[in-house]
Structures are given as structure tokens and as C-alpha cells.
Design a protein around this ligand. Structure first.
Ligand code: MIC
Ligand code: SF4
Length: 643
């Protein structure tokens, strides 16, 4: 039987398991990436493993998130990262060189290889034919140590593209349409493989916009074939040597097929406060806008910024709008600076901010109170922008600029003649801001500022879990709810005791006090709990506060894996309605839990306050049970290395 593209890449990397959906598989990892906000923990964890040098083909550490240096913390962390990676064999992309996903696509992605990154948008490189997966920092540290990545084999969905996009309709509109159809939880347990005649009409950076936002579907990853478009892109990056053709066999089978006719699409927009709250731009045009932001790992390529500049040329940003532009990489910034496009942006009144994630993660540029912000980004969760009551909309750069000029949400098709961007033969290639690892690692001293605190430890799981329900939340809770980011909290990522003070800050200001008073306890949630980022701090900080188990209707993949990695038991209600029989403050107990997990006996929660028994599922593999019983993956690894 013919193989699809996913099966081909996974087969060549399979370490254990069968490629049957639901089975646990382990795959070898060729490349890893980290960014600064998750990287410090990942490297502390890697150090704790005592391995002298990374074992991957390539590992890169980027600095792109924690770029506002309002105190010593972020610069200290950058120095820690630069020195630690120099010692252990990892490349260091300096602050100012670009957003990890954009730079990795430009300079390192290789068709047919695997990439594991400590950031949920790692699937961006799927646009270049990689199986690229986002994970917690600890999983990435294990991959750097040569360990495989474990995951439950997902279902493979073919997204069959036909036709060609019309003028002013973009790759962003394709993924917004998919989000409208599938929703933020519709991709959980799935990989989206793109195929069909329409694929060849999309450039690599357009594909990368689509695979990037596959993360918002909750998917494990998304992948495009490697074809002549891929070859052309690699050639422009001076890397055509790494090109190999890759596509599904004609007789390949899929678990599901979704068809999208590119020519039928219109400009789309995700309304507050979820990337799947999508409608046509035309349906809501006319809403007054205070801020427009262009950038992020979704839409800050050379093409995106050239279109933005061409739309701004000879025009002015509306008097009531603040337009920010944050290029995705130094390469892109250098090119638009050289060819004059940057001048057109500046002349139009754009506010140029540095090459980084910036406003996407609330690192500056918070909108005004109750303000409307239209962004070319990928997430519009409530409060993520830094302003609790801001209304954030997600669109293509085309829709964003049309709105910035008109002062109201605008359909770009009404803006003027279509824009054609001419590409240079080659991009600006200069890797001097990527520092190679030291050839004399023994001479490298790791720099540890006072912000870099040691990893907290966890004891093995006790026989019985008992305590109070500390908090009950609803559906689609994001990791931004659990462990907020933004300019105030992000600098504390290397300091778990300090960052723990902010857990659930935006949901319930009393949470931390309660958790401390009660010596920990339980969390209750609805569907798709923990969606969004890969930040393991959303598990690590609750662990530090004594959270023992999280009981929900369903989990997002990365967060569930992070809970296991840090020894917090992830459980789901056997009967969803039982969610209604457990409330904040209830005293609950899971007796003899360790033995029951090991012997496969089903788990029942005793709600001692309501005198009710509630059946729960765990779907844990034997390996995951061992990790949980050991008190987390680091303890498990240490035990296995010492035994
Ligand atoms: C995000 O977009 O939420 C982040 C910030 O890039 C996170 C990583 C983090 O929290 O450090 C992600 O997407 O994984
Ligand atoms: Fe950075 Fe935003 Fe992309 Fe996350 S989603 S990596 S914060 S640009």
C-alpha cells in the first residue's frame, strides 16, 4: 500500500511502536530549537542530565521573546543561554537575529527531517516538508540528549487544496478558514498533511503561515510536500543542497479528507477572543480600529513585509491608528532596508519595533483600554495583548494594512490594484549573528545571573492523593490563563518560585494564596484544557504550588505531556456531566492511586464533601505511569540512568 507523506517521514524516524493511530510511538529527532522564554529551563534540565554534548544533528537556541530589558533579568538570561549552549554544542542565534520559527525556516529547516522545538509554533517548518513538533522544554532537553520523542500516533488528515487564491486573498485566509471549520480543538490528535493541485501555487513562506497556525487547531503538526517551490526557496537561501523531493504516493490513504478550493476563499478574520471565531472580513468591516500590528512568526516574511510596504507607499496611516511593524528576521529587515521598502513604511507613519515576537506575547505595545487591535498574528486570547479588555482581531497583513490606512476594519479587495512582489535572485545571506558552539567546551564558563534559579524538585507520587479543589474553570482554558506571559511575568521564566506567584492571576487573584494555604490540591476544567503555548511553566509552577492532579473533560496535547513530565496526574471525567458534581473547595481523594495506575484498575475520585464517587480516565501509557510515579520525567531519567 502507498504511503502518505507523514508515514514516510515517521517510518524513517521510527524508534518504537506502530504507525497506528492511538498507539504510542517514539521517533528520533534530527534537530531541536529553543527560544529564550522556554530555553533557560530546557538547558537547566539538559545540564541536570549530565551529558557533555548534544547528540542531535543540529540544535539551535534563539533569543526572540524576552527582548524588553526593563531590568537585569532578560539580559542575564541571554548571557546564560549564550554560554550554556556554547558549551554543550548548540548554535546561538543572537537577539536581533529573528523569531525562532522564521529564522529556522530560512537557515536550517531540511525537508524530510524531524524537528522538536520548545515552542508551540515549531510546526512552521512543516512548510518546508519537515515533521516539526512543539513540545515542553524537558522533552526538547531529552531529544538533545539523544532520546526519542514519545507521542500517541495521531490520525492523518489530508487537506486537499484545489484552485488558486484570488488577488488579496492569502495563505492566512486559508488557515483561518480551516480554523472556522475545524475549531481550536478539532486538530487534537491529528496531523494535517497538505496535498492536491493547489499546493504548487503556494510559496514556502505561504505554506509556513498555514503550518504555523496549525498549532491553533491543536494539531500535532502540519506538513507540506517538498517540491519545486521548496527547491526555489532553498535556492534563494543558498541552501539548495539540502533539498530532496518528497510527496505522498498516489495510492496513499488518510483517516480523513478536508477539501478547500482556494479560488472560492475570501479575506477572513478571527474575532475576539479565539483564533477559531472566524468570519469573512466583509461581514464586520467598518469597525473602528486603534491599533494595527504586523509581524509574528505567522506573517513577517519578506513577502508579507513587501506587500505591507507597497500598500503603504505614498499613503499615511490613519490619524487615529498606531501601526507597528516587527520584522520576523534580520534577513527580512536588512532586505527591506536595502530595497527602500522600509522607507515607505516609515514615511507612512509606521512604528518600527525590533525583530522579535514583541506585541504578539504582550512584550510592549499593549492596546488602549477597550481598544480594537487588528493583528497579523496567530493568537487573540483575552488579555494576551497586555490589555485585559482589548478586542484583538487576527487577519492577513493585507487586511491589516488596509485597516490601518482606513482607520476601520477593511476588506483589502477594495484597496486598489493587486500587488505583485518581485523577488531578488537570492536573499541576504549572513549568518554571523548565529554563533557556532565552542570547539573547546571545557574552557567555557556558564554565566548565571541571580535570575537563574535552580530547578525545583518533586517527590515521588504518594500512595493516596488527597486535598481540596483549588479552582474550577470552564472550556478552552489556555496556558496564557494558567501561566500568563507579557512584559511583567516573562522575565521570571528562569525563576520558578517567583513566576509561581502569577499562576491563574487573570482568572482568580486569590488562587496562589489559596494553593499555598491548603498545601496544594486539585484543578478542575472543561474541554481542551491547556490549549495554546508549549510553556512548561504552566505545569511547573502549579507543581511548585502543590497541584497534584488536574481533572478535566479533555486536554490539549502539549499541556497534558507537560503535566506528566512534572508529575501532575492528568485525568478526564469518564462521564462529562460529572464535571457538575465537583466544585471549588470540595475535599476530594484518590485512594491507592499508585497501585491502581500500575495494575490497570480504574480510578474513582471520592468527593468527600458531596459524598459522591466520580469515575475518571487517564489513557496513560506504562511509560507515562512510571514517570508520574517517579515524580516526573527528570526523576525518572535519573533513576533509569543510575540503575
Ligand atoms: C506563545 O506564542 O504563546 C509563546 C510565547 O511563543 C509560547 C512559548 C512560551 O510561552 O514561551 C508558545 O507558543 O509555545
Ligand atoms: Fe513569538 Fe508570537 Fe510566534 Fe509565540 S506566536 S513564537 S510569541 S511570534
Amino acid at each position: 500500500m502507498g504511503k502518505n507523506l507523514v508515514q514516510k517521514i515517521l517510518t524513517s524516524h521510527l524508534v518504537s511502536g506502530k504507525l497506528q493511530s492511538g498507539e504510542e510511538i517514539a521517533i528520533s529527532i534530527d534537530q531541536t530549537l529553543t527560544q529564550d522564554a522556554t530555553g533557560t529551563m530546557a538547558y537547566l534540565q539538559f545540564e541536570a542530565m549530565g551529558i557533555p554534548r548534544v547528540k542531535t544533528k543540529l540544535s539551535v537556541s534563539y533569543v526572540d521573546h524576552n527582548m524588553l530589558q526593563t531590568g537585569f533579568e532578560n539580559f542575564d538570561d541571554h548571557l546564560f543561554l549564550q554560554s550554556v549552549v556554547e558549551k554543550y554544542g548548540i548554535y546561538f542565534s543572537k537577539p536581533g537575529n529573528g523569531i525562532c520559527h522564521q529564522v529556522h525556516l530560512e537557515r536550517f529547516a531540511v525537508p524530510g527531517e524531524t524537528l522538536l522545538g520548545s515552542d508551540s509554533h515549531t510546526p512552521t517548518c512543516g512548510g518546508l516538508g519537515m515533521i516539526a513538533i512543539g513540545a515542553g522544554g524537558l522533552d526538547v532537553a531529552i531529544a538533545m540528549a539523544g532520546g526519542p520523542f514519545y507521542v500517541s500516533m495521531p490520525k492523518i488528515v489530508l487537506v486537499k487544496l484545489s484552485g488558486t487564491l484570488q488577488s488579496w486573498v492569502t495563505a492566512k485566509d486559508v488557515i483561518l478558514e480551516l480554523l472556522r471549520r475545524v475549531t481550536v480543538k478539532g486538530g487534537v490528535g491529528k496531523i494535517f498533511e497538505y496535498g492536491g493541485d493547489g499546493v504548487k501555487t503556494l510559496t514556502v513562506t505561504e505554506r509556513a503561515t498555514i503550518t504555523n497556525m496549525g498549532a491553533e487547531l491543536g494539531a500535532l503538526t502540519s506538513v507540506f510536500p517538498s517540491d519545486t517551490q521548496t527547491k526555489k526557496y532553498l535556492k534563494m537561501q543558498g541552501r539548495e543542497k539540502v533539498w530532496t523531493p518528497l510527496k505522498a504516493d498516489a495510492s496513499a490513504k488518510y483517516d480523513e479528507i478536508i477539501e478547500i478550493d482556494l479560488s472560492s476563499l475570501e479575506p477572513m478574520i478571527a474575532k475576539p477572543h479565539s483564533p477559531d471565531n472566524v468570519c469573512k472580513v466583509g461581514e464586520i468591516k467598518g469597525i473602528k480600529v486603534q491599533q494595527v500590528c504586523i509581524g509574528s512568526c505567522t506573517n513577517s516574511s519578506y513577502h508579507d513585509l513587501m506587500v505591507a510596504a507597497a500598500m503603504l507607499k505614498g499613503r499615511k496611516v490613519h490619524q487615529d491608528v498606531s501601526l507597528t511593524i516587527s520584522p520576523g528576521s534580520r534577513q527580512v529587515l536588512e532586505m527591506i532596508a536595502k530595497n527602500g521598502a522600509l522607507t515607505d513604511m516609515i514615511a507612512a507613519g509606521a512604528r518600527l519595533i525590533e525583530v522579535a515576537c514583541g506585541p504578539c506575547i504582550g512584550m510592549g505595545q499593549a492596546p488602549p483600554s477597550g481598544g480594537v487591535s487588528v493583528r497579523s498574528f496567530n493568537r487573540n486570547f483575552e488579555g494576551r495583548s497586555g490589555t485585559a479588555d482589548a478586542e484583538v482581531y487576527l487577519v492577513s497583513p493585507e487586511t491589516a494594512i488596509a485597516s490601518a490606512v482606513n482607520g476601520v476594519i477593511s476588506d483589502p479587495r477594495e484597496f486598489g490594484e493587486p500587488i505583485i512582489i518581485k523577488y531578488p535572485k537570492s536573499f541576504v545571506i549572513d549568518d554571523r549573528m548565529i554563533i557556532p558552539p565552542s570547539e573547546k567546551p571545557e574552557e567555557v564558563t556558564i554565566i548565571r545571573g541571580p535570575n537563574v534559579k535552580p530547578l525545583p524538585k518533586k517527590e515521588p507520587m504518594p500512595d493516596t492523593l488527597k486535598g481540596d479543589v483549588l479552582l474550577k474553570v470552564g472550556d478552552n482554558i489556555t496556558t496564557d490563563h494558567i501561566m500568563p506571559a507579557g512584559a511583567k511575568v516573562l522575565p521570571l521564566r528562569s525563576n520558578i518560585p517567583a513566576i509561581s506567584e502569577f499562576v491563574f492571576e487573570k482568572v482568580d487573584k486569590e488562587f496562589v494564596r489559596r494553593a499555598k494555604e491548603k498545601g496544594g490540591g486539585f484543578l478542575i476544567g472543561g474541554v481542551n484544557y491547556g490549549q495554546g503555548s508549549s510553556r512548561e511553566h504552566a505545569a511547573l509552577a502549579p507543581m511548585y504550588l502543590g497541584v497534584k492532579a488536574v481533572i478535566v473533560k479533555s486536554f490539549a496535547r502539549i499541556h497534558r505531556a507537560n503535566l506528566i513530565n512534572f508529575g501532575i496526574l492528568p485525568l478526564t471525567f469518564e462521564i462529562e456531566n460529572d464535571y457538575n458534581f465537583i466544585d471549588q473547595g470540595d475535599n476530594i481523594e484518590l485512594p491507592d492511586v499508585k497501585n491502581k495506575l500500575k495494575s490497570g484498575v480504574s480510578l474513582v475520585i471520592s468527593n468527600l464533601t458531596k459524598n459522591k464517587k466520580i469515575g475518571v480516565n487517564h489513557a496513560l501509557t506504562a511509560r507515562e505511569i512510571d514517570i508520574l510515579c517517579a515524580g516526573g520525567l527528570l526523576n525518572f531519567q535519573a533513576r533509569n540512568t543510575n540503575s
